[in-house]
Design a protein. Structure first.
Length: 297
Protein backbone atom coordinates (compact mmCIF):
# COMPACT_ATOMS: atom_id res chain seq x y z
CA UNK A 1 0.00 0.00 0.00
CA UNK A 2 1.62 3.31 0.86
CA UNK A 3 5.40 3.68 1.03
CA UNK A 4 5.98 7.38 1.56
CA UNK A 5 6.65 6.89 5.29
CA UNK A 6 10.10 5.53 4.34
CA UNK A 7 11.36 9.01 3.60
CA UNK A 8 11.24 9.90 7.29
CA UNK A 9 11.26 6.49 8.91
CA UNK A 10 14.65 6.82 10.55
CA UNK A 11 13.48 9.87 12.45
CA UNK A 12 10.13 8.31 13.34
CA UNK A 13 11.44 5.10 14.90
CA UNK A 14 13.79 7.05 17.10
CA UNK A 15 11.16 9.54 18.23
CA UNK A 16 9.18 9.28 21.45
CA UNK A 17 5.95 9.36 19.45
CA UNK A 18 6.57 5.79 18.35
CA UNK A 19 5.22 4.60 21.68
CA UNK A 20 1.76 5.59 20.43
CA UNK A 21 1.76 2.38 18.40
CA UNK A 22 0.66 -0.43 20.71
CA UNK A 23 2.84 -2.82 18.70
CA UNK A 24 5.73 -1.39 16.65
CA UNK A 25 6.04 -1.60 12.86
CA UNK A 26 2.30 -1.64 12.09
CA UNK A 27 3.14 0.51 9.02
CA UNK A 28 4.88 -2.44 7.38
CA UNK A 29 1.54 -4.20 6.94
CA UNK A 30 0.43 -1.41 4.64
CA UNK A 31 2.71 -2.96 2.00
CA UNK A 32 1.03 -5.37 -0.47
CA UNK A 33 2.95 -8.55 0.43
CA UNK A 34 1.51 -11.29 -1.77
CA UNK A 35 -0.97 -8.84 -3.35
CA UNK A 36 0.95 -6.84 -5.96
CA UNK A 37 -0.36 -9.09 -8.74
CA UNK A 38 -3.97 -9.21 -7.47
CA UNK A 39 -6.22 -7.01 -5.32
CA UNK A 40 -5.67 -7.94 -1.68
CA UNK A 41 -9.27 -9.00 -1.00
CA UNK A 42 -9.27 -11.39 -4.00
CA UNK A 43 -5.63 -12.53 -3.88
CA UNK A 44 -5.30 -16.31 -4.28
CA UNK A 45 -1.62 -16.48 -5.22
CA UNK A 46 0.23 -17.76 -3.24
CA UNK A 47 -3.06 -18.62 -1.54
CA UNK A 48 -2.21 -18.05 2.10
CA UNK A 49 -5.24 -15.93 2.97
CA UNK A 50 -2.96 -13.24 4.34
CA UNK A 51 -5.40 -10.45 3.49
CA UNK A 52 -8.70 -12.33 3.26
CA UNK A 53 -9.07 -15.68 5.06
CA UNK A 54 -11.97 -16.64 2.76
CA UNK A 55 -9.53 -16.74 -0.20
CA UNK A 56 -7.87 -19.87 1.24
CA UNK A 57 -10.89 -21.98 0.27
CA UNK A 58 -10.05 -24.93 -1.98
CA UNK A 59 -12.47 -26.54 -4.44
CA UNK A 60 -14.01 -29.98 -4.07
CA UNK A 61 -11.35 -31.66 -6.23
CA UNK A 62 -8.43 -29.84 -4.60
CA UNK A 63 -6.47 -31.09 -1.59
CA UNK A 64 -3.42 -28.90 -0.87
CA UNK A 65 -2.09 -25.51 -1.91
CA UNK A 66 1.43 -24.50 -0.94
CA UNK A 67 2.88 -21.13 -1.84
CA UNK A 68 5.65 -18.62 -1.29
CA UNK A 69 5.95 -14.92 -2.02
CA UNK A 70 8.81 -12.46 -1.84
CA UNK A 71 8.65 -8.67 -2.14
CA UNK A 72 11.58 -6.26 -2.33
CA UNK A 73 11.97 -2.59 -3.22
CA UNK A 74 14.77 -1.06 -5.21
CA UNK A 75 15.60 1.92 -3.01
CA UNK A 76 18.26 2.99 -0.53
CA UNK A 77 15.95 2.14 2.38
CA UNK A 78 14.83 -1.23 1.06
CA UNK A 79 11.60 -2.92 2.12
CA UNK A 80 11.63 -6.70 2.10
CA UNK A 81 8.84 -9.16 2.73
CA UNK A 82 8.50 -12.95 2.66
CA UNK A 83 5.42 -15.16 2.90
CA UNK A 84 5.13 -18.94 3.25
CA UNK A 85 1.68 -20.54 3.27
CA UNK A 86 -0.07 -23.92 3.18
CA UNK A 87 -3.77 -24.77 2.90
CA UNK A 88 -5.50 -28.15 3.23
CA UNK A 89 -9.10 -29.10 2.42
CA UNK A 90 -10.61 -31.52 4.90
CA UNK A 91 -13.32 -34.08 4.06
CA UNK A 92 -15.84 -31.84 5.85
CA UNK A 93 -15.31 -29.18 3.18
CA UNK A 94 -13.45 -26.83 5.52
CA UNK A 95 -10.11 -25.53 4.28
CA UNK A 96 -7.60 -24.89 7.02
CA UNK A 97 -4.44 -22.91 6.45
CA UNK A 98 -1.34 -21.53 8.08
CA UNK A 99 1.02 -18.80 6.95
CA UNK A 100 4.18 -17.10 8.16
CA UNK A 101 4.91 -13.60 6.90
CA UNK A 102 7.71 -11.17 7.69
CA UNK A 103 8.41 -7.61 6.57
CA UNK A 104 11.34 -5.36 7.38
CA UNK A 105 13.09 -2.14 6.43
CA UNK A 106 16.86 -2.08 6.01
CA UNK A 107 19.39 0.77 6.11
CA UNK A 108 17.73 2.91 8.77
CA UNK A 109 20.85 4.55 10.13
CA UNK A 110 21.35 5.14 13.85
CA UNK A 111 22.94 8.45 14.85
CA UNK A 112 24.16 9.74 18.20
CA UNK A 113 24.97 13.34 19.04
CA UNK A 114 26.26 14.06 15.53
CA UNK A 115 25.16 13.07 12.01
CA UNK A 116 27.74 10.27 11.86
CA UNK A 117 25.99 6.87 11.59
CA UNK A 118 26.81 4.36 14.33
CA UNK A 119 24.80 1.39 13.05
CA UNK A 120 21.36 0.37 11.80
CA UNK A 121 18.01 0.58 13.58
CA UNK A 122 16.04 -2.73 13.39
CA UNK A 123 12.50 -2.22 12.11
CA UNK A 124 10.52 -5.38 11.29
CA UNK A 125 7.36 -7.35 11.94
CA UNK A 126 6.44 -11.04 12.01
CA UNK A 127 2.89 -12.28 11.40
CA UNK A 128 1.65 -15.84 12.03
CA UNK A 129 -1.86 -16.65 10.76
CA UNK A 130 -4.13 -19.67 11.18
CA UNK A 131 -7.19 -19.64 8.92
CA UNK A 132 -10.33 -21.64 8.21
CA UNK A 133 -12.69 -21.18 5.25
CA UNK A 134 -15.83 -22.88 4.01
CA UNK A 135 -18.52 -22.41 1.40
CA UNK A 136 -21.64 -21.51 3.37
CA UNK A 137 -24.04 -21.09 0.45
CA UNK A 138 -23.75 -21.51 -3.31
CA UNK A 139 -21.30 -18.81 -4.44
CA UNK A 140 -20.70 -17.57 -0.86
CA UNK A 141 -17.49 -18.46 1.01
CA UNK A 142 -16.56 -17.19 4.46
CA UNK A 143 -13.31 -17.41 6.38
CA UNK A 144 -11.86 -16.56 9.78
CA UNK A 145 -8.27 -16.01 10.90
CA UNK A 146 -6.39 -15.86 14.17
CA UNK A 147 -3.15 -13.90 13.99
CA UNK A 148 -0.09 -13.40 16.16
CA UNK A 149 1.92 -10.28 15.33
CA UNK A 150 5.31 -9.28 16.69
CA UNK A 151 6.79 -5.88 15.98
CA UNK A 152 10.31 -4.60 16.51
CA UNK A 153 11.52 -1.00 16.38
CA UNK A 154 15.07 -0.53 17.65
CA UNK A 155 15.05 -1.95 21.21
CA UNK A 156 11.26 -1.95 21.49
CA UNK A 157 9.61 -5.35 20.90
CA UNK A 158 5.94 -6.18 21.50
CA UNK A 159 3.26 -8.56 20.26
CA UNK A 160 -0.50 -8.75 19.79
CA UNK A 161 -3.27 -11.21 18.93
CA UNK A 162 -5.79 -10.28 16.23
CA UNK A 163 -8.87 -11.94 14.70
CA UNK A 164 -10.22 -11.35 11.19
CA UNK A 165 -13.26 -12.36 9.15
CA UNK A 166 -13.68 -12.32 5.37
CA UNK A 167 -16.23 -13.16 2.68
CA UNK A 168 -15.97 -13.90 -1.05
CA UNK A 169 -19.09 -13.96 -3.22
CA UNK A 170 -18.37 -15.30 -6.71
CA UNK A 171 -20.16 -16.62 -9.78
CA UNK A 172 -22.88 -13.99 -9.63
CA UNK A 173 -25.33 -14.08 -12.57
CA UNK A 174 -24.32 -10.63 -13.83
CA UNK A 175 -21.12 -11.07 -15.86
CA UNK A 176 -19.76 -13.72 -13.46
CA UNK A 177 -19.15 -10.91 -10.96
CA UNK A 178 -17.21 -11.34 -7.71
CA UNK A 179 -17.22 -9.31 -4.50
CA UNK A 180 -14.82 -9.76 -1.57
CA UNK A 181 -14.35 -7.97 1.75
CA UNK A 182 -12.29 -8.70 4.86
CA UNK A 183 -10.91 -7.15 8.00
CA UNK A 184 -7.15 -7.17 8.62
CA UNK A 185 -5.39 -7.07 12.01
CA UNK A 186 -8.59 -6.36 13.90
CA UNK A 187 -8.30 -6.24 17.70
CA UNK A 188 -11.74 -5.48 19.16
CA UNK A 189 -11.55 -2.48 21.46
CA UNK A 190 -8.09 -1.47 20.22
CA UNK A 191 -9.07 0.02 16.87
CA UNK A 192 -7.48 3.42 17.56
CA UNK A 193 -4.11 2.10 18.76
CA UNK A 194 -3.72 -0.82 16.34
CA UNK A 195 -5.42 0.69 13.28
CA UNK A 196 -7.13 -2.34 11.67
CA UNK A 197 -7.80 -2.28 7.94
CA UNK A 198 -10.69 -3.13 5.65
CA UNK A 199 -9.79 -4.65 2.28
CA UNK A 200 -12.43 -4.96 -0.44
CA UNK A 201 -12.63 -5.60 -4.17
CA UNK A 202 -15.17 -6.37 -6.88
CA UNK A 203 -14.78 -7.39 -10.51
CA UNK A 204 -16.77 -8.79 -13.44
CA UNK A 205 -16.16 -10.43 -16.81
CA UNK A 206 -16.11 -7.90 -19.60
CA UNK A 207 -15.78 -10.50 -22.37
CA UNK A 208 -14.67 -14.05 -23.06
CA UNK A 209 -15.00 -17.25 -21.03
CA UNK A 210 -13.14 -18.97 -18.16
CA UNK A 211 -9.92 -19.68 -20.10
CA UNK A 212 -9.91 -16.58 -22.31
CA UNK A 213 -11.44 -13.62 -20.59
CA UNK A 214 -11.07 -9.95 -19.75
CA UNK A 215 -12.13 -8.81 -16.28
CA UNK A 216 -12.32 -5.31 -14.85
CA UNK A 217 -12.78 -4.29 -11.26
CA UNK A 218 -12.15 -1.90 -8.42
CA UNK A 219 -10.28 -2.34 -5.15
CA UNK A 220 -10.36 -0.45 -1.86
CA UNK A 221 -8.01 -0.80 1.12
CA UNK A 222 -8.46 1.45 4.10
CA UNK A 223 -6.52 1.59 7.38
CA UNK A 224 -8.24 3.09 10.40
CA UNK A 225 -6.67 6.53 10.98
CA UNK A 226 -4.17 5.65 8.22
CA UNK A 227 -3.71 5.31 4.48
CA UNK A 228 -6.63 4.88 2.08
CA UNK A 229 -5.88 3.13 -1.23
CA UNK A 230 -8.30 2.71 -4.11
CA UNK A 231 -8.34 2.29 -7.85
CA UNK A 232 -9.41 0.23 -10.88
CA UNK A 233 -7.71 -2.90 -12.17
CA UNK A 234 -7.95 -5.12 -15.24
CA UNK A 235 -7.05 -8.79 -15.77
CA UNK A 236 -6.60 -10.76 -18.99
CA UNK A 237 -6.56 -14.56 -19.11
CA UNK A 238 -5.06 -16.28 -22.14
CA UNK A 239 -5.04 -20.04 -21.49
CA UNK A 240 -1.95 -20.46 -19.27
CA UNK A 241 -1.07 -16.79 -18.87
CA UNK A 242 -2.65 -14.11 -16.68
CA UNK A 243 -1.81 -10.46 -17.36
CA UNK A 244 -2.88 -7.89 -14.76
CA UNK A 245 -2.59 -4.17 -14.19
CA UNK A 246 -4.00 -1.62 -11.75
CA UNK A 247 -3.91 2.13 -11.21
CA UNK A 248 -3.97 3.07 -7.52
CA UNK A 249 -4.30 6.32 -5.60
CA UNK A 250 -3.21 6.38 -1.97
CA UNK A 251 -4.12 9.18 0.44
CA UNK A 252 -2.30 9.53 3.75
CA UNK A 253 -1.68 12.53 6.01
CA UNK A 254 -3.41 14.83 3.53
CA UNK A 255 -1.18 13.77 0.64
CA UNK A 256 -2.15 11.71 -2.41
CA UNK A 257 0.18 9.67 -4.62
CA UNK A 258 -0.61 7.53 -7.69
CA UNK A 259 1.18 4.53 -9.12
CA UNK A 260 0.73 1.50 -11.37
CA UNK A 261 0.93 -2.18 -10.48
CA UNK A 262 1.38 -4.76 -13.24
CA UNK A 263 2.43 -8.36 -13.58
CA UNK A 264 2.07 -11.75 -15.18
CA UNK A 265 1.26 -15.20 -13.82
CA UNK A 266 2.05 -18.38 -15.76
CA UNK A 267 0.23 -21.68 -15.19
CA UNK A 268 2.13 -24.90 -15.87
CA UNK A 269 0.76 -28.27 -14.74
CA UNK A 270 -0.04 -27.76 -11.04
CA UNK A 271 2.28 -24.75 -10.60
CA UNK A 272 1.66 -21.02 -10.89
CA UNK A 273 4.59 -18.59 -11.13
CA UNK A 274 3.97 -14.87 -10.85
CA UNK A 275 6.12 -11.76 -11.28
CA UNK A 276 4.77 -8.27 -10.53
CA UNK A 277 6.00 -4.70 -10.26
CA UNK A 278 4.75 -1.58 -8.53
CA UNK A 279 6.00 1.74 -9.84
CA UNK A 280 7.92 3.85 -7.35
CA UNK A 281 6.29 6.88 -5.75
CA UNK A 282 7.67 9.96 -4.01
CA UNK A 283 11.12 9.37 -5.45
CA UNK A 284 11.34 5.80 -4.18
CA UNK A 285 12.40 2.86 -6.29
CA UNK A 286 9.95 0.30 -7.70
CA UNK A 287 8.66 -2.67 -5.72
CA UNK A 288 9.05 -6.20 -7.14
CA UNK A 289 7.17 -9.36 -6.18
CA UNK A 290 7.76 -13.04 -6.99
CA UNK A 291 5.21 -15.75 -6.18
CA UNK A 292 5.19 -19.51 -6.62
CA UNK A 293 2.35 -21.85 -5.67
CA UNK A 294 1.49 -25.49 -6.22
CA UNK A 295 -1.99 -27.06 -6.18
CA UNK A 296 -2.23 -30.75 -5.27
CA UNK A 297 -5.45 -32.57 -6.19
Amino acid sequence: MRRKFLCGLAAIVCAPGLAAQSVPARDLWEFPLGAVLEPAALATEPGGGLWNPASTHLGRNEKWRIGVASVASASAQSVDGQLLSASYRRQTGVTVGFSVARTSVASILRTDTDPQAVGDVPYSSLLLSATAARQLLPHVTAGVAMRYREGRADRSVDHAIAADVGVVVDGLPVRDARVAVSSFLWRPGREIQDRPAIVAAADLRLMGDVHRETRIGYSLNGVNRGAKELGPFVAWRFDRADLRAGYLRTTASGRTVSRVRSGIALHYARYVVGVAREEGASGLGPLYQFTLSSLIR
